[in-house]
Design a binder for this molecule. Structure first.
Ligand code: BEZ
Length: 239
């Protein structure tokens, strides 16, 4: 058989817009049925290469530190690595007892960490990328919406710790797009101008250019408006 076909068979890659693949798993917070246990909430499902490794430790501490911030945006966190439950428990205990990083210490990881020693979940989600490692998951981040649809995916190699500002920014940007039917331009943060959908007819294009509404049209296809940071955060964040 062609090697390339073998490789395709071994690695399924869910795509943006797909239903999140279903699985049942044992975690450090008990058993979960995914994604049904998270219906109505956003979830960030992320993988890391291995327990007791430094980059992963720095990432887990950062995610745990930010867990409440994500919860306020109606988003739960779920981690995964190809290690067993007892390794996970021992690692999380060590983090809490001994590790200090970036001013964080005594960090308790309260979100579930999936044991995936069989690689069943990692394979379903394309987290094993054999060119990088055949036995360790890459650093994948899946953003799954309240309907269980995959909305964004970011992959990082083993050596590169994730940027958590970007993960949070992407979550808030997608929620803003959903709530206000707008798109968000490069490097957008709440309070910056948002992009309104392109004109779909000549009439609308003309209207856009002559509108008295508070639009800033750089050209007929590129119109922005402002939604204040306060309005966005009031709509999106829990009280
Ligand atoms: C780490 O988390 O430090 C790490 C894990 C696998 C490969 C390289 C670094």
């Amino acid at each position: 058989m062609e090697p390339v076909i073998e490789q395709e068979k071994a690695v399924s890659m869910p795509r943006i817009g797909d239903n999140a693949p279903e699985f049942k798993a044992i975690t450090t917070q008990g058993d979960i049925s995914f994604p049904e246990d998270y219906a109505g909430e956003w979830v960030i499902l992320f993988s890391h290469p291995a327990d007791f490794t430094p980059v992963c430790t720095s990432e887990f501490m950062t995610f745990a530190h930010l867990e409440n911030k994500f919860a306020k945006a109606n988003c739960k966190l779920v981690g995964l690595s190809i290690d067993g439950l007892y390794s996970h428990i021992a690692w999380l205990r060590t983090i809490k007892e001994k590790i200090e990083f970036n001013g964080m210490k005594h960090i308790e990881v309260k979100f579930p960490l999936i044991e995936d020693i069989t690689m069943e979940v990692a394979k379903k989600y394309g987290m094993i990328q054999p060119g990088e490692s055949k036995t360790q998951a890459v650093r994948a981040v899946f953003f799954i919406d309240p309907k269980g649809i995959i909305r964004a995916i970011i992959y990082y190699p083993l050596s590169l710790g994730r940027n958590f500002d970007e993960i949070y920014r992407a979550l808030i940007a997608m929620q803003t797009s959903d709530k206000f039917s707008v798109a968000t331009p490069a490097d957008w943060y709440p309070g910056d101008d948002v992009i309104i959908s392109p004109a779909g007819s000549c009439g609308v294009a003309e209207e856009r250019m002559t509108s008295v509404e508070e639009l800033d049209c750089k050209d007929w296809f590129f119109c922005t408006k402002n939604i204040s940071k306060e309005k966005i955060l009031k709509e999106i964040l829990k009280k």
